[in-house]
Design a protein around this ligand. Sequence first.
Ligand SMILES: CC(C)(COP(=O)(O)OP(=O)(O)OC[C@H]1O[C@@H](n2cnc3c(N)ncnc32)[C@H](O)[C@@H]1OP(=O)(O)O)[C@@H](O)C(=O)NCCC(=O)NCCS
Length: 176
Amino acid sequence: MSIEIEILNGDASWTAAEPLFNAVWPAHEVEKLPWGHVKWAHPDLRVLIDAPEGGLACHVGIFFRTVSWNGRKVHIGGIGGVSTRADCRRRGYASIALNAAVQTMRDHDAAQFALLFCEPHNFAFYQSRDWHPFTGEIDAEQPEGKIRFEAMAPFVLDLRRRAPRQGTIDLCGLPW
Ligand SMILES: CC(C)(COP(=O)(O)OP(=O)(O)OC[C@H]1O[C@@H](n2cnc3c(N)ncnc32)[C@H](O)[C@@H]1OP(=O)(O)O)[C@@H](O)C(=O)NCCC(=O)NCCS
């Protein structure tokens, strides 16, 4: 079976991604979660995989950002909005989309390392795919100003250089 993967401009492809977001993260459930009120960045690119039975099956957002690590500017890649429709899970779609996102960061940008945020039930998923916990501090922007971002755990992936495991990363913008 062949799988078609598209990598599209983030803003232009929002309408394609929106039904999947609404199904995986319904607003009435999200608002009760510890991260329910976080204002998130919009991805620069999206990896989309269609379901053979129709509709969007899987989404991964790709972000590019110049952040600061211990006060030094560094250009990095980000992954966010990783989601597979409930009836399409455990077919390998998220793994395929994640690989495509990482390959895109390696091929098309000077991203030095990659960063994502996730909840404890997904730690094993990312750790088995070469992501490492970042044990330092994360600062980010929110509408009220700069905050220490602790709503989800940060994980890093080595790209052009070994990703830092400690220190302070200032996202210099909204989290993803
Ligand atoms: C987390 C999530 C994106 C995974 O999506 P998915 O498409 O089911 O992921 P995959 O199929 O690539 O992998 C899931 C598991 O199924 C296994 N799997 C993959 N293909 C399989 C197959 N054909 N048969 C059986 N198992 C399979 C994988 O090995 C993996 O297990 P592992 O983590 O122990 O290695 C999905 O569960 C989801 O959308 N969850 C809700 C939203 C969420 O939490 N997103 C993460 C935000 S960081």
